[in-house]
Design a protein around this ligand. Structure first.
Ligand code: SF4
Length: 270
């Protein structure tokens, strides 16, 4: 890691917060990881929703979403970096059907024909002191009064109440970047959950984002300190169940029982 700008996305920042060793394996050593069925499904559903909004409003129908799902999957299904490593051909239709269910759930939450998406899969970036904050916002709506609403699609489960603040980590990150880079404080940040169709909404404000900015600066210092000391401690948690680096980790040992159902912990997804 050079002593220049430290690159941080919401997912790499979350990695360090949850386990410094995982951050090292993923962001510094850049070790390859297999694509899980959950992650691949998340990417595919995100791609379908992006393409759906490129259609004329009246064409944004459930049928069109299903057609896009099949067409996009057929384009990439044999690409090794996209296809889940453990997805066998016999299970492929069932796996695709689960993605179709998620898209069906999307239409229970929103009517995309009534929405105007100003930006889709939008790359945002901002240099905060010696940090380079960057990432991709799923969808931005710019309203006539100049206000912005940021939306992130989630294919995992809705978090338990205690974990809601954590669930908004990525969107607070993007709200901070929009505020600092464009001078626009988003009017709302929204998590659209497709498994249990529901929406969580938060209204950003100056105190919230200033506190988050301090958190990012402190995180940046902690990462640099870990790097200088080459001290990347493992931090075991229920998330270890879904970690790709178990074989390399001195702290890994399979738990006797899976994490409690409904605890808001599940395989990492888009
Ligand atoms: S198995 Fe757990 S403790 Fe080890 S690197 Fe992965 S997340 Fe960290």
């Amino acid at each position: 890691m050079e002593r220049t700008l430290l690159n941080l996305s919401p997912s790499s920042a979350s990695d360090f917060k949850s386990c410094p060793l995982k951050f090292k394996f993923r962001s510094i050593d850049r070790l390859p990881e297999p694509t899980s069925t959950a992650a691949a499904r998340g990417s595919l559903v995100h791609a379908v929703l992006e393409r759906l909004f490129a259609e004329a409003p009246e064409a944004r129908t459930p049928g069109r979403a299903d057609d896009l799902l099949v067409a996009l999957w057929n384009e990439v299904r044999n690409e090794p970096e996209v296809r889940p490593s453990d997805l066998v051909e016999d299970d492929e239709q069932a796996w695709l059907a689960e993605s179709k269910t998620l898209l069906g759930n999307y239409f229970k939450i929103e009517d995309p024909s009534a929405l105007t998406a100003s930006r889709l899969e939008w790359w945002v970036e901002y240099e905060l002191a010696d940090l380079y904050l960057r990432g991709v916002v799923d969808r931005v709506e710019e309203h006539p009064d100049g206000s912005w609403v940021l939306t992130d699609y989630k294919t995992g489960r809705v978090p338990a109440e205690m974990r809601e603040t954590n669930a908004f980590f990525g969107l607070r990150f993007y709200a901070l970047v929009c505020w600092r880079a464009f001078g626009v404080m988003p009017k709302a940040i929204r998590l659209v959950y497709l498994t249990d169709p529901s929406v969580l909404t938060l209204t950003p404000h100056e105190r919230m984002l200033t506190a988050f900015e301090k958190q990012m600066l402190a995180l940046g210092k902690a990462i640099r300190r870990a790097n200088e000391r080459d001290d990347w401690r493992p931090s075991p948690s229920p998330l270890c169940m879904y970690c790709s680096f178990q074989d390399l980790c001195p702290a890994w040992s399979a738990p006797a029982a899976p994490p409690e159902a409904g605890a808001g912990c599940g395989p990492p997804q888009e």
